[in-house]
Design a binder for this molecule. Structure first.
Ligand SMILES: [Zn+2]
Length: 288
């Protein structure tokens, strides 16, 4: 069975993520542990944590994924912002470790006017500091593929590789995002483009490092370097791209998590669409 999940809210009490996932029929869930647009850190109560563990055992929802706050910028030239981001990441990671959350997904950062090399250097310094302060045993730190909007770091396979190879001994990996890949210029919705990308990923990073797939269509055209998520099959990627991922012998083992707009019952609609593509006309891998 292919694992299909979605992003849910962790508001009120963190254990409710499981109820919200169950309600829409998700096999896996992703959520924020702090408000993604506020610096305020909310301590979770012991009761919340206890309920979280009970439901994690009881509900067949696996894995759990936390998405880092959008405010963090580990690439920032502004030292205050960079330090604040490092501390924010450490806070979130500590909670992930405590709650035995399987994956923590982060956008590495934005160059915002700095040259790219300098920005990557900043991310590496920030990650160095994070890993010197927290040793991950339960949670894997996943760097997400990005669209390249506003100097985002992680828009190419090489960039992602630079970030993770330096920390090979840590619990580290990669999260793919279909919308970001397509916007970054990877034509994943044709057989040729899909297998070219898969080969590049396999050659440079290794498929074993890929742990989660964010499953989003794109509101903007191919190679637009914009990050605008659309419902499955309603954007510029189209169903073919998702069919290729869902039926791939390697990717189909990973959780596919929706981050599509939260409108009406669209989570259910999108999950149904994804499930309907499984086993449909499976293409044969092209050699070379
Ligand atoms: Zn993301």
């Amino acid at each position: 069975m292919v694992n299909i999940g979605t992003h849910v809210s962790s508001s009120k009490s963190i254990d409710l993520v499981f109820d919200r996932g169950l309600e829409v029929g998700a096999n896996s869930i992703q959520f924020f542990v702090s408000s993604p647009r506020s610096w305020k850190w909310k301590e979770r109560t012991d009761k919340e944590k206890e309920q979280f563990f009970i439901k994690k055992e009881k509900y067949s929802i696996f894995p759990t994924v936390v998405h880092a706050s959008y405010l963090f910028n580990l690439a920032s030239a502004d030292e205050d912002l960079r330090k604040k981001s490092i501390n924010g990441v450490i806070n979130e990671l500590k909670l992930c470790e405590e709650l035995k959350i399987e994956y923590y997904v982060i956008h590495a950062g934005k160059a915002k006017g700095q040259n790219e090399e300098k920005a990557i250097e900043n991310v590496l310094r920030s990650m160095e500091e994070i890993f010197s302060k927290i040793h991950l045993r339960n949670t894997v730190f996943l760097v997400e593929t990005l669209a390249g909007q506003k100097g985002e770091i992680g828009k190419t396979t090489e960039e992602i590789y630079k970030l993770i190879k330096a920390f090979e001994t840590e619990n580290i990996g990669v999260c793919l995002d279909t919308c970001h890949l397509y916007s970054a210029g990877y034509k994943i919705n044709t057989e040729k483009g899909f297998y070219n990308y898969k080969k590049e990923l396999s050659d440079i990073i290794g498929l074993d490092k890929v742990k989660v797939i964010h499953c989003n269509d794109s509101k903007t055209p191919f190679n637009s370097h914009k990050d605008r998520h659309e419902h499955i099959g309603k954007g510029s990627i189209g169903l073919e791209g998702f069919r290729l991922f869902l039926n791939d012998e390697d990717f189909s083992k990973l959780p596919f998590i929706l981050e599509t707009p939260k409108e009406k019952n669209w989570d259910e609609v999108n999950m149904k669409t994804l499930r309907s593509l499984i086993g449909v006309n499976v293409p044969v891998a092209q050699s070379g």
